[in-house]
Design a protein around this ligand. Structure first.
Ligand code: TMP
Ligand code: ASP
Length: 251
């Protein structure tokens, strides 16, 4: 028996649905099998993706929490449901790049695979209607989405997430090439990592594979029509599960 009941649908995103519950301090997130890319120009249903992303995110949130990184995560319920704290999400996507790939190589003369030391941190304005544009210092200041102090805290937290996740993944033979996180404030004003952390939002390369396509174990398999998307996510789950405990069941 669950210790809560579902309330209204608060928000439907491309890969998740967010529901209120009968408890003010509890929100339920359903991970969907929908896959989208290029601002939803490319769409598909991938059976099993929702469950894998829910499980992987849960294990990663628990790993981060155990290392002092505050997150919205509270537990899982069934295969595709995650319980989280209600958070006011900051409309900024924080991307950290350890290795050059993706949009960076399309927009800059930087070769794919170039190690970026220190890791590059990019901020994007989260709004599909505008295509999630890269923020400049001046635009960030103009939009006044966060105070300078909050921005500093966001970047410090994102870099801590990067250190923790890069080391966790490396331990299971995966290179964390880059990832995107979203952050928000809880009712008590705490800055936490929100949304999800999964192969939808990370680039992960198998360190033991040299072939530049075969090594990809993330959503680039879908973006580039490489096939084997769910199998790749399953491989990531299997490896992470090998070093992280079972996710905590809520309720
Ligand atoms: P990019 O190379 O396309 O800018 O992506 C950088 C990282 O951010 C990559 O790990 C994928 C992730 N990402 C998202 O999670 N959502 C998005 O909408 C985009 C564009 C990227
Ligand atoms: N998440 C974005 C979309 O659904 C872009 C991407 O991940 O490539 O379109």
């Amino acid at each position: 028996m669950s210790a809560y009941s579902l309330g209204a649908l608060l928000y439907e995103g491309k890969a998740k649905r967010v529901f209120a519950t009968d408890q003010a301090d509890l929100v339920a997130v359903e991970y969907k099998d929908d896959a989208t890319a290029f601002n939803a120009l490319k769409k598909a249903q991938l059976a099993g993706k929702g469950e894998l992303n829910c499980r992987i995110s849960a294990l990663l949130f628990e790993h981060l929490a155990a290392r002092g990184v505050p997150t919205h995560y509270l537990g899982v319920d069934g295969a595709t449901w995650m319980l989280v704290k209600p958070v006011k999400v900051i409309p900024i996507e924080v991307v950290i790049r350890n290795v050059a790939a993706g949009s960076l190589c399309k927009q800059m003369p930087i070769e794919q695979g170039t190690v970026l030391e220190p890791p590059l941190l990019d901020l994007y304005y989260k709004d599909d209607a505008y295509g999630d544009p890269l923020l400049t210092e001046a635009r960030l200041e103009r939009l006044a989405l966060v105070t300078p102090e909050q921005r500093q805290a966001i970047e410090a937290l994102a870099r801590q997430v990067n250190r923790e996740l890069a080391s966790l993944f490396l331990g299971v033979g995966l290179q964390l090439v880059d990832f995107k996180i979203e952050l928000g404030f809880t009712a008590s004003g705490e800055l936490v990592v929100a949304d999800e952390i999964s192969p939808d939002t990370c680039r992960l390369w198998d360190v033991s594979v040299s072939d530049v396509q075969q090594r990809i174990l993330d959503k680039d398999r879908f973006r580039q029509d490489l096939g084997g998307v769910v199998e790749a996510y399953g491989e990531v789950f299997k490896r992470v599960q090998g070093v992280c405990p079972e996710p905590r069941v809520y309720g």
